[in-house]
Design a protein around this ligand. Structure first.
Ligand SMILES: *[C@@H]1O[C@H](CO)[C@@H](O)[C@H](O)[C@H]1NC(C)=O
Ligand SMILES: *[C@@H]1O[C@H](CO)[C@@H](O)[C@H](O)[C@H]1NC(C)=O
Ligand SMILES: *[C@@H]1O[C@H](CO)[C@@H](O)[C@H](O)[C@H]1NC(C)=O
Ligand SMILES: *[C@@H]1O[C@H](CO)[C@@H](O)[C@H](O)[C@H]1NC(C)=O
Ligand SMILES: *[C@@H]1O[C@H](CO)[C@@H](O)[C@H](O)[C@H]1NC(C)=O
Ligand SMILES: *[C@@H]1O[C@H](CO)[C@@H](O)[C@H](O)[C@H]1NC(C)=O
Ligand SMILES: [Ca+2]
Length: 538
């Protein structure tokens, strides 16, 4: 009995210590050779790369230009001892410079290195700085993001992320010492999130309050507590998390990004108001940005390598692309699909299949369908339910209202591009092979949404009624959007060319004779030709 306990407990301890590591090593194998009755065959599994220290691969950009301190050299003070201002930042002196790359270096021998901004000498103008971190690769967070601030954490900041290489951004988390005041949203803690709102973007006050700069330097974006909602407090039930990743819309995307951006909006104040007589103690300084994540390879790769300055999945399952997001050439018998975590523990690989091997027939569907059907009376095999807006026996044509992108391969998911013909301006919703719609009279443009000169747009193109050149409004009328003349009260007609006074009616303005003279002059001026005649006349 005693022996058993002695033997068991170190093992148990080992298991407990390594449990998260063990579970995280799940899905680390894409395939393995297994022996069957038919000999050795490859078995395929869903797989993903290990988490990596992504700060090693990030590109940093700081804005605005000139925000980094030291050019010109500047003195600064500290919040704890604002009268001790012996420190100096000097970009031209390697020992006193604080460039952006010091946010990602691997510090050796206990020496803390950090990026630092200029001081808030232009108060009350806000001291703003953006730090953009780019990887040119889709990544998935595996643990908390940690940003280490020297000399105090910002009073207000926003963490943003992009899923499309920086084209569009969305907030990831708000940080403020007073969320209501800074962003008009109530403060929350990640600990208060539940399965129903785990992907909520929150504002938190936990990382912005002043507690003395030496005490708490780290601002976190908490990933572990969010995982814990599904995997339990010690992340022992990772299957629970992986199951949710498959079933809960938006959960995987929540942890996915290609770029991150820190928007620093207000520096640490030392727990009090801004003291205008010593602005040299307000600035931002970051010594480290830790981003633990893995490459997103759509469960088709267990390895992510750094080649030619970029991270790249080493794709298996006959997939290819930076994120293994496509089937390899010649392996497009079915449309591409990401691998699945389910069923646990090995998941489903959803491998790409060699063209011509699916459903036993030789029907190529260019990856737009994975079903073929034999049509008896025509004696042909045809693809069924072509996707991606394709049609035809081999899904080789585009549906009505779409045209073939000539520079895309036939098996490209986006080979058929929507015509997008303007409903009002075009004859129908079809376009020719280069994407041109067929326009109604007076209408032009690829999508028939523009008018030829001399026409105006109003749910289609119509000839101008009036303009500033040939179809001038008469008698002081003004042309409204080429659609009609707005006439003075005493005139009417399309171009205000008719006087309302005709026929002996009483007019509201001016005497009858001068008005008649004005009218005839106006009639004379009706066309530039008349004007010309008048000018060159006797
Ligand atoms: C930071 O980025 C945001 C969003 O692009 C931009 O509006 C803002 O002006 C930038 N701030 C600075 C200081 O460059
Ligand atoms: C981003 O990665 C892609 C694919 O690896 C590569 O083709 C492209 O040149 C990279 N862009 C930059 C700016 O490095
Ligand atoms: C999430 O839901 C829980 C329970 O419904 C609630 O107490 C909590 O305030 C919610 N959190 C947010 C940020 O909405
Ligand atoms: C990919 O295709 C090659 C060539 O046919 C084959 O040898 C290999 O087993 C395939 N791999 C997978 C994972 O299906
Ligand atoms: C056509 O395909 C090429 C290559 O995939 C792509 O770069 C281009 O944007 C596509 N054009 C349109 C109009 O979708
Ligand atoms: C498509 O229509 C445009 C505009 O009418 C024309 O210039 C072009 O040559 C047409 N393309 C083809 C392939 O017919
Ligand atoms: Ca550093």
């Amino acid at each position: 009995m005693l022996v058993q306990v002695v033997l068991l407990s170190p093992l148990l301890l080992l298991l407990l210590l390594h449990a998260p590591a063990l579970t995280q090593a799940q899905y680390d194998l894409c395939r393995s050779l297994v022996s069957t009755d038919d000999g050795a065959v490859w078995e395929q599994y869903a797989c993903q790369p290990k988490p990596q220290v992504m700060k090693d691969y990030m590109r940093i950009r700081v804005e605005p230009p000139g925000i980094t301190c030291g050019n010109p050299p500047e003195r600064f003070c500290t919040l704890e001892n604002p009268y001790l201002c012996s420190d100096e930042c000097d970009a031209s002196n390697p020992d006193l410079a604080h460039p952006p790359q010091l946010m990602q270096d691997r510090e050796r021998g206990g020496l803390i290195t950090y990026w630092q901004t200029v001081t808030w000498s232009r108060y009350p103008e806000p001291l703003l700085a953006n730090i953009t971190l780019s990887w040119n690769k889709s990544l998935e967070l595996t643990d908390d993001i940690q940003i280490t601030f020297e000399y105090g954490r910002p009073t207000i900041m926003v963490l943003e992320k992009s899923l499309n290489y920086g084209r569009t951004w969305q907030p990831y988390q708000f940080y403020a010492d007073d969320c209501q005041e800074a962003f008009s949203i109530p403060a929350r803690r990640v600990q208060d999130l539940t399965a129903a709102n785990a992907t909520r973007v929150i504002c938190t006050e936990e990382y912005s309050r002043w507690v003395g700069s030496k005490n708490d330097k780290v601002v976190r974006f908490q990933v572990r507590p969010r995982f814990a909602i599904f995997a339990g407090p010690r992340l022992l039930n990772m299957d629970g998390l992986y199951t949710r990743m498959e079933s809960m819309k938006g959960l995987r995307d929540f942890f996915t990004f290609t770029d991150l951006r820190l928007r620093l909006l207000k520096p640490a104040l030392g727990g009090t108001y801004v003291q205008r007589d010593n602005l040299l103690k307000y600035f931002y300084a970051i010594s480290n940005i830790e981003v633990p994540a893995r490459c997103k390879c759509n469960l088709h790769s267990a390895q992510c390598v750094f080649v030619d300055g970029n991270l790249q999945c080493v794709c298996e399952h006959n997939t290819t692309g930076q994120d293994c997001q496509r089937c390899k050439k010649g392996f497009k018998a079915k449309s591409w699909k990401a691998g699945s975590y389910l069923p646990t523990p090995n998941g489903t690989p959803n491998t790409c299949a060699q063209a011509g091997t699916s459903s036993g027939s030789n029907c190529e569907c260019y990856g737009h369908s994975n079903r073929c059907s034999y049509i008896d009376y025509l004696n042909i095999v045809t693809c069924v339910s072509c996707k991606h807006n394709t049609r035809g026996q081999n899904c080789q044509h585009c549906r009505m209202g779409y045209y073939r992108n000539a520079s895309a391969e036939l098996d490209d998911e986006s080979v058929c591009v929507e015509c997008g013909c303007n409903l009002m301006g075009s004859q129908h919703d079809r376009c020719n092979s280069t994407g041109f719609c067929q326009c109604k009279d007076g209408t032009t443009g690829t999508k028939c949404d523009e008018c030829f000169p001399g026409y105006y747009w109003k749910q289609g193109c119509y000839p101008n009624v009036c303009d500033e050149e040939l179809l001038l409004c008469q008698n002081g009328g003004t042309c409204y959007q080429n659609q009609r003349c707005v006439c003075p009260p005493e005139y009417k007609g399309v171009l205000c060319q008719h006087s309302r006074c005709e026929g002996g009616k009483k007019c509201s303005h001016g005497g009858g004779t001068s008005l008649a003279a004005a009218t005839s002059l106006a009639l004379l001026l009706l066309s530039p030709l008349t004007t010309l005649l008048l000018a060159t006349g006797p």
